[in-house]
Design a binder for this molecule. Structure first.
Ligand SMILES: Nc1ncnc2c1ncn2[C@@H]1O[C@H](COP(=O)(O)OP(=O)(O)O)[C@@H](O)[C@H]1O
Ligand SMILES: [Mg+2]
Length: 224
């Protein structure tokens, strides 16, 4: 089964030339796929389209279709979308906005209006998944960059999306957290998550099954 699919995608920002066209990308159940390409080739833009952030929150001309677990993304509500796909960005500071770790992770499940016990379960479970349980009461602004990225990941996991997109999210990490996040990704994959990971050098990521590259305004499948 294809969990995440971009079909014949073409895109341009408003008043800008075409960034890419004829883009076809598929991530199947159980796969961890990498997306690479030069700076400015459109990797983040493609991730935003696949996560529904473009055109919902960022304007642009999208052609083609995105399918999330078989359904076209345009037919899904925001609440349905965030429960299917979650995205982690390069800079955790752009993703964190709550004073404490617990508040940060509770925010998403609270917005889904889940029962109190379910919210508590998700906070505990997602913190455990990123090995940050003992930081539940910590203040987010006192955490290291690596710890902040783990909290940002936990906040995404608390929505329990099947598909996870990491947009150069490992790049700012020190070697300890880089290794730790790779281990966590591997465990998430084993537990059935579908993963798309943007990296400059996908060779660095040991767990990748296949690699796509954005080049010359097209996408190519490259072999490791
Ligand atoms: N919101 C935006 N409006 C207009 N142009 C943008 C916007 N975001 C990115 N771009 C441009 O689109 C191109 C691709 O950017 P991006 O998707 O961030 O590439 P990458 O992630 O591969 O570095 C760049 O030229 C960038 O300047
Ligand atoms: Mg980018």
């Amino acid at each position: 089964m294809i969990a995440l699919e971009g079909k014949d995608l073409a895109f341009s920002y408003i008043d800008s030339p075409v960034l890419f066209s004829n883009v076809n990308i598929q991530v199947k159940k159980g796969e961890c796929v990498a997306l690479t390409g030069a700076s400015g080739s459109g990797k983040s833009t493609l991730c935003h389209i696949l996560a529904g952030i473009i055109p919902r929150s960022i304007e642009g001309n999208v052609q083609g279709k995105v399918f999330l677990l078989g359904d076209e993304i345009q037919t899904l509500s925001l609440v349905q979308t965030v429960q299917r796909v979650g995205m982690l960005f390069q800079n955790p500071d752009s993703q964190l906005f709550s004073p404490t770790v617990e508040d940060e992770i509770a925010f998403g499940p609270e917005n889904l209006c889940l029962p109190r016990e379910e919210i508590a379960r998700r906070i505990a479970h997602s913190l455990q998944s990123v090995q940050m349980s003992e930081f539940r009461q910590a203040r987010t602004n006192e955490l290291s960059q690596g710890q902040k990225q783990l909290v940002a990941l936990a906040a995404v996991l608390a929505l329990e999306p099947k598909v996870l997109i990491f947009d150069e999210a490992l790049a700012p990490l020190d070697s300890h957290h880089h290794g730790l996040v790779q281990e966590i990704i591997q465990t998430l994959k084993r537990r059935g998550k579908v993963i798309l990971i943007v990296e400059h050098d996908p060779e660095e990521i040991k767990i990748v099954d296949r690699v796509y590259e954005l080049r010359d305004r097209r996408i190519w499948e490259v072999y490791k």
